[in-house]
Design a protein around this ligand. Structure first.
Ligand code: FAD
Length: 414
């Protein structure tokens, strides 16, 4: 088999939806050599939406495709490179992370995972013909206003289905819920169930599942099958909302981080995944609200995070872990008096060796990422010693005789 071509970048972004494109804008603008890989249409899920009315800055609303084209143009303006291909495999171990496609291996110091997800569908007859703008929706927040005074159907009875169904009753004149279970049984919590059953605009088709979707270009009929009697019933509806789950696009990351039970990528609020240099952004991560506005926020944080990570990498490799002379690293905290008061003594020690040793100082708060690279649970007043670019010792003894004894031993070995 032909060997894959290798290319190096500062940052590789997997997924070109709202989150990936925003991360790309931030990375490109920070002059990082950035590659974005998208297997489908650049713009992601939002391009399937005819009208986005809740993204700030567009009081008249804007088409999803049009909005995403603007994101794309902005990322290109900042020099981001794009590849239209599928990421097949990743390897996030080591300083240079690997992103494999069919023909290439892209290496990067930082990777942003923004691969989004896809709504779970019923698989019923005709479903593919009416997805998204043709009558089958997966987002009440997005499409409720377009259903003012209309009849809609909800598929599912979990928390999302019932809560979104209740929200839709503020707009639609009737909300019919198809529930797979016996009368009175639903998958949602009891409070939501009670509220839904007492809502005059909501009605329920118990023991049913979708058999087919029908219409003429746009959905206008959902045929439900009664699972007990086998009877088919047609419902005339304007929109059918499916809330039977969402599948994150994370199959290729299973070996790289611990996903949550539903397969989403857990991150902290800095979009860090726990694997140094790998960030998660947008619908792919564990989060409360999956919208373009939140994907944009995630992408911005991840882009800035990647930029800082790369800057830290350079400081870490070229200064802190330098290989020219034996080195000692003093970790302190600017708000911890005892550790801060030792700083002048550390400087004196370095000077007394007349250029034969190199000192680095890290403030535990400002340099949190650097501390993480030394040890994830480092405390103020910790000493690290290096020789030939390698970490050789970690100690909590910071008194002068101890530090000097350690440095003398290092000089003897150097
Ligand atoms: C029908 C519908 C209507 C919506 N309407 C609205 C609305 O009105 N307002 C609003 O704010 N939000 C709306 N949303 C939600 C919004 O679209 C999403 O929250 C947003 O698009 C998430 O962006 P993202 O970048 O995280 O993911 P996505 O947009 O899903 O982008 C992820 C991208 O990653 C790519 N990808 C995945 N795996 C790989 C791989 N292995 N290799 C390469 N590429 C890969 C995918 O092809 C995809 O393009 C709607 C969603 C749907 C489904």
């Amino acid at each position: 088999m032909r060997e894959k071509k290798r290319e190096r970048y500062d940052v590789v972004i997997i997924g070109g939806g709202a989150a990936g494109l925003t991360a790309a804008i931030y990375c490109g603008r920070a002059r990082l050599n950035t590659l974005l890989i998208e297997k489908g249409l650049v713009g992601g899920l939002a391009t399937y939406t005819n009208e986005i009315e809740n993204f700030p800055g567009f009081p008249e609303g804007i088409g999803g495709l049009g909005l995403m084209e603007k994101f794309h143009a902005q990322a290109k303006k900042f020099g981001v490179k794009f590849k239209g291909t599928d990421v097949k495999e990743v390897n996030f171990e080591g300083e240079w992370k690997e992103v494999h496609t069919f023909r290439n291996v892209f290496e990067a110091r930082a990777v942003i995972v923004a691969s989004g997800g896809r709504p779970r569908t019923t698989g019923a007859i005709g479903e593919k013909d009416y997805l998204f703008d043709k009558g089958i929706s997966f987002c009440a927040t997005c499409d409720a206003a377009a259903n003012e005074g209309k009849t809609v159907m909800i598929i599912g009875s979990g928390d999302a289905a019932i809560e979104e169904g209740m929200f839709l009753t503020k707009f639609a004149k009737e909300v019919v819920v198809s529930v797979i279970h016996d009368e009175g049984k639903m998958d949602c919590n009891e409070i939501a169930k009670e509220q839904a059953m007492n809502n005059p605009k909501m009605s329920f088709a118990w023991n049913t599942m979708v058999n087919s979707f029908k219409g003429d270009g746009h959905l206008d009929n959902v045929e439900l099958k009664n699972l007990k009697t086998g009877k088919m019933t047609d419902y005339k509806v304007d929109t059918c909302f499916e809330f039977i789950g969402y599948i994150p696009n994370t199959e290729i990351f299973k070996e790289n981080f611990k996903l949550d039970r539903q397969g989403y990528v857990p991150t902290n609020e800095l979009m860090e995944t726990g694997v140094p240099g790998v960030f998660g952004a947008g619908d792919v991560r564990v989060k409360e609200l999956k919208q373009v506005a939140t994907a944009v926020g995630d992408g911005a944080i991840a882009g800035v995070g990647a930029e800082k990570y790369i800057a830290d990498s350079e400081v870490f490799e070229n200064q802190i872990m330098q290989s020219e002379k034996p080195g000692f690293i003093y970790v302190y905290s600017a708000i911890d008096d005892p550790s801060r008061e030792l700083l002048p003594m550390m400087t004196e020690i370095e000077q007394s060796y007349q250029g034969k040793v190199k000192m680095s100082v890290i403030d535990i708060y400002k340099g949190r990422r650097l501390c993480d690279r030394l040890a994830c649970d480092v405390e103020p007043m910790t000493m690290f010693y290096t020789l030939n670019g390698e970490l050789v010792a970690t100690e909590v003894e910071c008194d002068r005789p101890h530090v000097e004894e350690r440095l003398n031993k290092l000089l003897a070995k150097a």
